[in-house]
Design a protein around this ligand. Sequence first.
Ligand code: HEM
Length: 412
Amino acid sequence: MAAAETDATAARAVEIFVALLASRGADPYELYAQLHELGDAATIEPGVVLAFSHAAVSEVLRDPAYRVADAARLDEIWPQWREHPSIFTPSILTSNSPEHERTRGLISGTFTPRRVAQLQPAVEQIADRLAAAMAEHGADGAPVDFMAEFAYQLPVTVICELLGVPEQDRAEFRPKARDLAGGIDFAEDPTVIAAADAAAVWLHEYFGMLIARRRADPRGDLISALVQATGPDGSLTEAELLANVTVLLFAGFETTTHLLGKGLHIILTRPEVEASLRAGTLPVHAFVAEVLRYDPPVHAGTDRWRPEAGELCGAAVPAGAQVIALLGAANRDPRKFAEPDRFNPARADGGSMVSFGAGPHYCLGAALARMEAAVAFPLLLERFPSLAIGGEPVRRGGVALRGLDRLPITVT
Ligand code: HEM
């Protein structure tokens, strides 16, 4: 590629990226389509590369030459990180090999497919309770907000169940977990960041207390299993336990919330999808997989950096460069997915979507999130034969995490 073309590509990528940052709450897919016209990746400022094709995003997430920013890296580029417990905790999400392999091995040894399967009856019960409350609130035909009454409730309650947070403590979790999530999404507002930091401190104190309790008196929950987990290189330290328990809450909450919100919105705005789900001709797992590809909850925030200079799909990546991987763009890459903008649960190529990431940091909770959605949608359709949109949905104003803040529905 000639130098002039490269400059033009970089300039165009910068324009699109600026529009993307400004697009908080708006649909980003037109901008992603414009990025795909530019190729795989582009430099948007010296030392910052934007990866948007499926090939480039997959390479960044899978190739060990790219690393997540860990505490040592942050000490170099942003020493103030220690003042913001919400923005960074040294957990599996933010550690690299070999440390990452050790902690991830210990955690995934406890958070097993069997544990997820055993959780299903509890997920069904929680979903049923939430649906019953919606039925009551909407019995007069008035709209109820699906996000507040169901989508924001189910995942956080399920994580509490998984971790072993006692029922009487759970009501306090949702606002704290939401405040915490608010801090990471390209937040600039100091009050949002302060609320996120306060929530992180609260959650660390709470989990510190619960970990101590489970250490003294283990139960069948995940915190007890994590406390007891040992491997060839020892156990999780107190700091690792605390950070990773908080990450499980944080990573599994609003992500799953938006899968539920987006999924129900698709069901209620596409009569053919609703009809085939109701008739059983569209398997719920295929539907959930296509919701994840078509409109994923996590669009960005999975940045990496590259200590050594290299190349990404032909674009130069200088030593020390930051690489922003756009997951939502990769899922709509026309070079990977046939008719990428068409919602098609029967597609054969959906398995390569990157909504749960890829490579060593691939989502630990993917099976749990899929199970929650696969329980929720059939349950809602069965319980509410005339479910409908009851007002204008309101989008969440994020860039990295995209979804709905309000989804009014009528249930009678
Ligand atoms: C639809 C729901 C979900 C989505 C879209 C999602 C998405 C992701 C993505 C994209 C990553 C990769 C991050 C990276 O590469 O930097 C990730 C990692 C992770 N997720 Fe999820 N997630 C979901 C649900 C959950 C749930 C329910 C849990 C647990 C209760 C969970 C726990 C984690 C953990 C612990 C990691 C870090 C893994 C590591 O760094 O080794 N996630 N998730």
